[in-house]
Design a protein around this ligand. Sequence first.
Ligand code: PMP
Length: 291
Amino acid sequence: FDQLDGEIWYNGEFLPWKDAKVHVLTHGLHYASAVFEGERAYGGTVFKLREHTERLIASGRMIGFEIPYSADEIDAATNELLVRQGFTDAYVRPIAFRGSEMMGVSAQKNRINVAIAIWQWPSYFDPEQRMKGIRLDLAEYRRPDPRTAPSKAKATGLYMICTISKHAAEAKGYADALMLDWRGQVAEATGANVFFVKDGIIHTPTPDCFLDGITRRTVIELAKRRGIEVRERAIMPEELADFDECFLCGTAAEVTPVSEIAEWRFTPGETTRRLVEDYTAVVQPQRAAAE
Ligand code: PMP
């Protein structure tokens, strides 16, 4: 990935892709003092860019640092980079991390570096393919208690258990893993929120120890516009046997139907299909209108 062409915005400059490097003694690498975002551009516009930028800045504050750029500056850098990269449908990855000036748990004075990379990642709106659904395993690790970690931050440290869980699931032939929280309640997948459907009503876990995703909020809004009832509540794994449909949602995942979670089975149906279509339409009005 470090060999791609193009440019990366790094601390206010557009650098050749291969030159956007860090030192091995970077604090963010050793102590996970880093926060990031995942965004998608559709038809040349980053969907909900300001919300992502604000979450990046808020995540930095939650782990104890102030990003040295304003939301306006970060948005302008993102938009300019998207044009310079020449992409319309792309994935955007901003990251902010403590630098390498001091080594040790305490590194109060280390520079907060900020980088933004954009690469091509077309979104495939093939509803039929999507509607087959993906298979999830149950993760070994649980989302931590908010008293254990700043669980609302999109901070790199919180992704250690996600990568372990996703790799373990992939080794068993699954696409991803469903994570429970520290209480044993259903939480989310390793990089997306989870929704269930029963008798036309949507149920989704209350986001009190994991990200209340921007896609999650968009999907709830779209469901309500359709007159579909949405219940945010605690969901126990034993209840999974009772749900008809299940889907994940997130910036990268968009709306992805799920056919299986460990021993439980789901049949992607009408409610999921509507939300796949509505999400497609809302992120990419030009494309939806043409289809
Ligand atoms: N949970 C986790 C762990 C994630 O990594 C993501 C992706 N950022 C989400 C949920 C969904 O968030 P969003 O819809 O804002 O992308």
